[in-house]
Write a protein that binds this ligand. Structure first.
Ligand code: SAM
Length: 262
């Protein structure tokens, strides 16, 4: 597409993602590119890989995976319930980049098995778990379509509490004033969710690297003693790998993930 035409088309759409479309044209996304997701991407070798991008929105993480050499990318979103406002922007970026990613704007994360692919090398689960009423169910659905050793990139809000495992639940009490949010786990709880779903956490990145300083840990511990919530909400990016192993912390075998527990 010609540069001038592309600029005109971009102006017609609503952009959340900041995407470099080439020819010196960058989409005016409301969200800056999350550098912690970039750090996680830098740890993954995308060449020749099969990638699943959940909640693709305008497609940034799908196109970035493709740019890094992924050969099969599935961009999944579930827009039936929120309207399709981010879809035309996805399609424009897809065209401008000459992307070969396949787009599924009506597929709920709980139904990813319908893609018919069960050997993904990389799953990007960025900005979603807190929008789900059943984040653990989603993690097990994702684990079921991944190869052993595959990577998952998980991004979202956490409470900076490493001592206690619990999640807040937002039904009457809105989170960030947004009715599409359900929960915020503590860091320990998110790790527990991820590990009991047959993943091993390899790396964690935080939007405020000083949040786990000695002083801040003391503050969180003090708030806990006083029965107060752990304070501010941070964002984390977790990079984890799909594993097959027995679970020494669970009495039986998770019926959803029997094949991961050998
Ligand atoms: C905060 S945006 C995150 C966009 C993008 N993944 C990122 O990290 O920049 C949340 C996305 O999750 C999608 N979403 C919400 N619930 C979903 C579900 N049940 N299944 C699939 N996608 C869902 C929304 O449609 C939206 O595109």
């Amino acid at each position: 597409m010609e540069r001038e035409k592309l600029i005109q088309e971009i102006a017609k759409h609503n952009w959340m993602h900041t995407i470099d479309l080439g020819q010196g044209v960058v989409t005016p996304g409301r969200w800056p590119v999350n550098q912690n997701v970039i750090k996680a991407y830098d740890k993954i070798d995308f060449k020749g890989k099969k990638v699943l991008d959940l909640g693709a929105c305008n497609g940034l993480w799908s196109f970035e995976a493709e740019r890094r050499g992924a050969t099969e990318v599935h961009s999944v979103d579930y827009l039936t319930h929120v309207g399709y406002w981010c879809s035309p922007a996805y399609r424009l970026a897809h065209e401008a980049l000459g992307s070969r990613a396949s787009y599924h704007p009506d597929l709920n994360v709980y139904d990813v098995e319908q893609l018919g692919v069960n050997d993904f090398d990389v799953v990007v689960f960025s900005g979603i778990y807190y929008h789900l009423k059943h984040p653990l169910l989603a993690l097990s659905k994702l684990r079921r379509v991944m190869k052993e050793g595959a990577h998952v990139v998980i991004e979202g809000p956490i409470y900076p509490d490493m001592a206690r495992s619990y999640s807040s639940f937002h039904y009457r009490d809105l989170l960030f004033g947004d009715k599409s949010n359900w929960c915020v786990p503590t860091l320990r709880c998110l790790r527990d969710w991820v590990e009991c779903s047959y993943f091993e956490v390899e790396q964690e990145y935080f939007n405020r690297p000083d949040a786990f300083s000695q002083l801040n840990r003391l503050k969180v511990a003090l708030r806990s003693c006083l029965g107060m919530p752990p304070g501010e909400i941070l964002r984390t990016v977790m990079l984890a790998r799909a594993v097959v192993r027995q679970d020494p912390l669970y009495a039986g075998v998770d019926p959803d993930l029997v094949e991961c527990s050998r």
